[in-house]
Each structure stands twice: as structure tokens, then as C-alpha cells.
Design a protein. Structure first.
Ligand code: ZN
Length: 397
């Protein structure tokens, strides 16, 4: 019989509500079929999770599987042979799911290697999370990302073509670079890059195909262009203002803060081997980044967790360093868990698929030792991971 019962754990169902005890989660054919009181649990293979906390598999809204989190990952990737990038990306996918992250959104890779990793996981060839891919990010000529993961394009017509290329390659989501950033030399984070017309063209083209959009957007003018065009998520949001946050809250546009990305660069510094321009720009935006995050919190902007994994000194796997910074920024523990589960699923349009422990959803589940509401580091004490009902990690005694 294909039925597994998970009992004994404290249940954090992802909805943001208080933890529940005395429940049994019933998994059948890869999905959660019921959540019942332990006394009413049906027969089946029982996994006893006493002393553990059971929560939905975590979601990382912003990763780069083709980058390895070295001090200068772009240079490492561009110098290695393409097949090596593919192998490493597959290993990083395994590392990700073993950390309890069962869904990621990849916002830029190398020649669509990450799409093949996505498909290999989908076909059961290799272990890994559910992966949504953007393919190449759309940037202006010489704009942020051009030297790594970008598809340079200029003018609304060319931007449309660039989006169509990503759709043709199999992209699940479209990524645009609306402003300068940290990891490309010679561009400034607070300057707008793609024009309002170009941004609008990209979003319109994605929408026609039923795809959502993500914008690398640090500067306020670029963020405004994205909101005008109807973007789905703002990545980084360093120079967010009160007015911009009010618009995001009203329109339901989610912020993916990625606080750890510039923090890791600023902390590692040139001593770690990180390029000087990236260190200088990260130090310059660090305080403003936290201020933007706090402004978004106050305004009630939906927040979804993402790490920008793969960027300098920012490895794949755990979300804990990012969630720790979100707590430090003033977010409540239950809201932080919500941001890494149900709120993220909603931003991806997957709220009926993952991000909560509720009947009908995929059995993406994570059991950890301890209560992450009391100690966020408990999320690193992974004991059991299920991805769509398949066991990816089992360290139960
Ligand atoms: Zn990124």
C-alpha cells in the first residue's frame, strides 16, 4: 500500500499560524491526502517524528545553480568547460534538496544547463528540488549581467525577441535586469538600465505565454519601471522607498530581499578573493538594503525568501543565513517561515502545489530537530526530507 503516515512532530503548516501538535500527516501517491488527529490516523507505513518539527519543504526564490558560491563564481564558471558546469549544477541541486529546500527558482545560468538539470530531476534521473528556470536574464547592452548570465537586448522589439528565445528554450519564468548591480564591473546599483518601454515589452511578452516575471531591481527608478509594467517579483529592492512599497503592497508584488548576497560579499571582502568592485559596491549598499527591507515590512509588502545562492561566498543549500538576517531586520519568526514556504509558493503561482501542509498539495515535507520558531538554526538539523512523496533524506533514528 502506498501510504505513509507522519506522526509525533510539532506541525508548522506554512500558513503562518501557531504550531499544532497531535496531528498525523497522511501521504499517498506523492501528495498529502489528509491531516488528521493522531488518533484517527489510517493504517500505513508510519514514520515517528517525536521531538521534531514538521514543516513544508522550503522554497528558495533566487538561486543560480551554475554558480558555485566561490569568491569569484562568474570567473570560475566562464573558465571551466561547459560539461563541468553541468555536473556541478547537478551536485548543487542535490545539496539543495538535502538541506530541506524542495523548490527553487533559478534566475540565470549558463547556456540552459540548469534547464537540463531541472528536467533530469523531473524525470527522476538525479535527486533535486523542483526547479523553475529563467534561462538567460534580459539586460541592456553592457548592462548588469551581460558578462555572465544575460542576453543583451536593446529596444522593445529586441527585448520581445530575447524573451521569446527564453520561452523557446523552455523557461518557466522571465528574468529582467532593470538596474545596475554589484557583480558586474562598471554599472551602478542605483541606476535604471532597461527603459520603461523595454521592461513593459518583456513583461507583456512573458504574460502572453502565461509566465511570471522577476526583476533584478536595486535602484528606485528601475523598481518603478517594473511596477509600472506589472512585474511579479522584485529581487533585492535595495533603494525601495515608502511610496514604492505602498504600491507593491497594494498590487501584491512580492519582494525577494536576498539580504545575504551583498552581506556575504561585504563580510568576505577582497581578503576572500572577491573582486574589488563587488566588495566596494556591496559595502556601499549594505545599510540601504536593510532599510529598504524594513520599509517593505512596515508597508506590508509580501516577502518571499531567496538567497541568490551561488554568488560570492554564498553557497547552495541552507536558507538559514538569509532567514537570520530577515529576523535581524525585524521580521517575526512565524513570518520568516511563511516567507520561505507559503508566501514563496504564492509568488511562484504554486500555492495549490507546495508551500503548505494541507490536503491535495504535493508531499514536499521537511522534519528538523528542534523548533525553528524558537531557534532558526534548527532548520539545519535536517532529519527527513520528502519531495513529492519521495524520500530525499532519512536520518530518523
Ligand atoms: Zn541573482
Amino acid at each position: 500500500m502506498d501510504r505513509t503516515i507522519l506522526t509525533g512532530a510539532l506541525l508548522l503548516d506554512g500558513s503562518g499560524g501557531p504550531p499544532l501538535s497531535g496531528r498525523a500527516v497522511v501521504v499517498e501517491h506523492g501528495r498529502i491526502s489528509a491531516v488528521v488527529s493522531a488518533a484517527e490516523a489510517p493504517s500505513g507505513t508510519t514514520l515517528k517524528l517525536d521531538g521534531l518539527t514538521l514543516l513544508p519543504g522550503l522554497i528558495n526564490m533566487h538561486v543560480h545553480l551554475c554558480f558555485g558560491g566561490e569568491a569569484d563564481p562568474a570567473t570560475v564558471m566562464l573558465r571551466e568547460a561547459y560539461p563541468m558546469t553541468v555536473i556541478k549544477a547537478a551536485l548543487r541541486a542535490r545539496q539543495t534538496v538535502e538541506a530541506g529546500v524542495t523548490t527553487v527558482r533559478d534566475l540565470g545560468g549558463r547556456d540552459y544547463a540548469e534547464l537540463s538539470v531541472r528536467d533530469a530531476i523531473l524525470h527522476g534521473l538525479i535527486p533535486g528540488p523542483r526547479v523553475l528556470c529563467a534561462g538567460r536574464g534580459i539586460c541592456m547592452t553592457g548592462g548588469h549581467g551581460w558578462n555572465m548570465i544575460g542576453r543583451e537586448s536593446d529596444g522593445p522589439d529586441d527585448v520581445r525577441k530575447a524573451v521569446r528565445e527564453q520561452l523557446k528554450a523552455g523557461a518557466d519564468v522571465i528574468k529582467i535586469f532593470a538596474t545596475g548591480g554589484v557583480m558586474t564591473p562598471g554599472v551602478e546599483p542605483n541606476s535604471a538600465q532597461l527603459t520603461a518601454d523595454e521592461v513593459r515589452a518583456a513583461i507583456e511578452e512573458a504574460r502572453k505565454a502565461g509566465r511570471r516575471t522577476a526583476a533584478h531591481a536595486m535602484g528606485s527608478d528601475g523598481i518603478a519601471n517594473c511596477l509600472d509594467g506589472g512585474i511579479t517579483t522584485i529581487e533585492h529592492g535595495v533603494f525601495l522607498t515608502e511610496a514604492l512599497c505602498e504600491r507593491m503592497a497594494r498590487d501584491g508584488v512580492a519582494l525577494v530581499p536576498t539580504l545575504i548576497a551583498p552581506h556575504a560579499i561585504a563580510t568576505g571582502g577582497v581578503a576572500a578573493g572577491i573582486p574589488e568592485y563587488a566588495v566596494r559596491k556591496s559595502l556601499a549598499v549594505a545599510d540601504r538594503h536593510l532599510e529598504g527591507f524594513r520599509t517593505a515590512l512596515r508597508a506590508g509588502v509580501p516577502i518571499a525568501a531567496g538567497t541568490d545562492a551561488g554568488t560570492p561566498c554564498n553557497p547552495h543549500g541552507t536558507l538559514v543565513p538569509e532567514l537570520t538576517l530577515m529576523l535581524k531586520g525585524g521580521m517575526a519568526p512565524d513570518a520568516v517561515i511563511h516567507a520561505a514556504t507559503a508566501a514563496a509558493a504564492r509568488a511562484l503561482g504554486l500555492e495549490q502545489e507546495t508551500g503548505r501542509i494541507a490536503p491535495g498539495l504535493a508531499a514536499d515535507l521537511l522534519a528538523v530537530d528542534g523548533n525553528p520558531l524558537e531557534r532558526i538554526q534548527a532548520l539545519d538539523e535536517v532529519r527527513l526530507v520528502l519531495t513529492q512523496g519521495r524520500i530525499a533524506v532519512n536520518r530518523l533514528k
